[in-house]
Write a protein that binds this ligand. Structure first.
Ligand code: HEM
Length: 119
């Protein structure tokens, strides 16, 4: 598989993850009950997204021969945070507005790390 296809998959996974987190955040903000049809769809999509991001991320590492510099480890930590956030949003709906703004910042930082490779 070509590196470009891995990049497209990586971005597709990222889009799935962030639409899911946005959906769950709005659901939490509006006080709707957990585990309704939209909430469940978002949680399942989020799980699939994490898998797609990780597999395509490791595919890119292999194809582009990066090994494991600091910026990759930092992205793995961001991936873990993105994974844990869905539970955090569900447990702390009162902080939904904070999540609404910090989650995209986290994604932006992951993009910065991939493009600038600062360490
Ligand atoms: C939610 C977490 C993540 C986000 C938001 C994210 C975001 C991005 C973005 C926006 C790009 C740039 C795509 C492009 O080249 O145009 C990228 C590239 C990349 N990401 Fe991620 N990523 C995440 C997790 C990961 C993980 C977990 C890994 C490794 C296991 C990883 C490895 C890579 C690699 C190797 C590249 C290619 C960099 C290059 O083209 O030189 N990413 N990522």
């Amino acid at each position: 598989m070509s590196p470009l296809l891995y990049e497209v998959l990586h971005i597709f996974g990222i889009l799935l993850a962030f639409i899911s987190l946005g959906g769950v955040t709005l659901r939490a903000m509006s006080g709707q009950r957990e585990n309704g049809p939209g909430d469940r769809l978002a949680v399942i999509t989020h799980g699939v997204a994490l898998l797609v991001i990780l597999v395509s991320g490791f595919g890119l590492i292999a194809k582009l021969g990066y090994g494991f510099p600091g910026w990759i480890w930092a992205k793995i930590v961001i991936w873990l945070l993105i994974g844990g956030l869905i539970t955090l949003i569900r447990r702390m709906p009162q902080h939904a507005t904070v999540f609404w703004f910090t989650i995209p910042l986290l994604g932006g930082f992951a993009a910065y790390l991939a493009l600038y490779k600062p360490f």
